[in-house]
Design a protein around this ligand. Structure first.
Ligand code: ADP
Ligand code: MG
Length: 405
């Protein structure tokens, strides 16, 4: 990565303002609920290498993150208190959670901070200046600490004050603005696919819709040798080819785009030849395999079929790089998870043979986790939107803003 990270600067005994991604799932979204808890602490533990690195060197931490999508500071169900309690449990240290994002109280607490101590600011989205990327707000945030560290890869695509403006403000104050370990790992791993991909490079796309992923498909078509397409996304392509999709999810308004992409690269877009169909998305619904030119008018395509899996496996043999975004079916229902899970098995075997396999996208990461194969992949990105924007070939504001090496 061409950006500086915590290992490139002197962090000894420094106060560090760290943007983390503590946007964790909570036990309740009820504003009246008390004792809300964090139900999955993956994102908190993912930041621990950076936080421990700083603490072990006599550093102190001022942590900030957004949590959920609060409209105002009155949406108390998104207060950071449960995150603070979880962080105290994980670190075994006292965590002082503040009730403001920025105030005289926050400034006083930051000024009094001692080595090894941890402050947690209130949900950055409680302050309207966060989303406005307000320069004065950014400058005051940067003023709280000696260095700024961004370890929130999942937020790097958002030009918010705590991600973007604050980095420029820190630099204007003569302070380092650098990446944490998680950020560094993500950029390095996903960068392989964008910069000099090893070949053959096979991309796999799936998920529900193509409309939000057209840019991604276009960029992958430029970079990858082949794109295998499954999931609901494949339905729209199949329909564009003239097949009857029955009651399947098809994006009618995206048909012209699908046709255009097929004309551009029909030989490199590999579509399903068979699908698993059912009358409803239910574990109890009878299902069967149908060829794509014989889909029953009253059925929905909910997974790729065995012949498609075989075709995909054949295309993947010998691949040096695989980038996967989007499940092959409605994997949330076990009956329609076979295509997704078997594909994940194929990819795990490819990694064993030396290939690089990168998985991006929130649901895709969840599917690989459900298959128990996260550890087998070269890299499973923690950032949904951010990883997709990076793979689209876009620059992420939160990365651009950091110090160059
Ligand atoms: P990601 O979050 O990895 O980018 P998406 O959000 O694009 O992935 O798509 C995931 C969703 O697509 C899942 O909820 C899954 O149920 C749905 N999906 C996959 N295949 C189909 C299908 N054939 N019909 C309807 N929905 C599908
Ligand atoms: Mg998704």
């Amino acid at each position: 990565m061409n950006k500086k990270s915590v290992t490139d600067i002197d962090v000894n005994n420094k106060k560090a303002l760290v943007r983390v991604d503590f946007n964790v799932p909570l036990s309740s979204k009820d504003p009246a609920a008390t004792n809300i808890t964090v139900t999955d602490d993956t994102r908190i533990t993912a930041a621990m290498p950076t936080l421990n690195y700083l603490l072990d060197r006599g550093g102190s931490l001022i942590l900030m993150s957004h949590l959920g999508r609060p409209k105002t500071a009155d949406d108390k169900q998104y207060a950071m208190d449960p995150v603070g309690r979880k962080l105290a449990e994980i670190t075994g240290r006292k965590v002082t959670k503040l009730d403001d994002v920025l105030s005289d109280k926050v400034k006083a607490a930051a000024a009094a901070l001692q080595p090894g101590e941890i402050l947690l600011l209130e949900n950055t989205r409680f302050d309207p200046r966060e989303k406005k990327n307000d320069p004065d707000f950014s400058a005051q945030l940067a003023g709280l600490a000696d260095i700024y560290v961004n370890d929130a890869f999942g937020s790097a695509h958002r030009p918010d004050a705590s991600v973007d403006g604050v980095a420029y403000a820190a630099r204007a104050q003569g302070k380092p603005a650098v990446a944490g370990f998680l950020m560094d790992k993500e950029i390095t791993a996903l960068g392989i696919a964008v910069e000099n991909p090893p070949r053959p490079y096979v991309a796999i796309m799936g998920g529900a819709k193509i409309s939000d992923k057209i840019k991604l498909i276009e960029n992958l078509l430029e970079k990858a040798d082949k794109i295998l397409i499954g999931g609901g996304m494949a339905n729209t392509f199949l329909k564009a080819q003239g097949h009857n999709l029955g009651k399947s999810l098809v994006e009618e308004e995206a048909l012209p785009e699908a046709k255009r992409l097929l004309e551009m690269a029909a030989d490199r877009l590999i579509l399903p030849v068979d699908v698993v169909v059912a009358a409803e998305v239910s574990q109890d619904a009878p299902s069967e395999v149908e060829l794509i030119w014989a889909i029953s008018p009253d059925k929905m395509a909910l997974d790729i079929g065995p012949a498609t899996l075989e075709r995909f496996n054949a295309e993947l043999q010998g691949a040096q790089l695989v980038v996967w975004n989007g499940p092959m079916g409605v994997f949330e229902t076990p009956k329609f998870a076979t295509g997704t899970f078997q594909l994940a098995q194929t990819l795990a075997a490819l990694v064993d043979h030396g290939a690089t396999v990168i998985v991006g996208g929130g649901d895709s990461a969840a599917a690989v986790r459900k298959a128990g194969l996260t550890e087998k992949m070269t890299h499973v990105s923690t950032g949904g939107g951010a990883s997709l924007e990076l793979l689209e070939g876009r620059q992420l504001p939160g990365v651009v803003a950091l110090d160059d090496k």
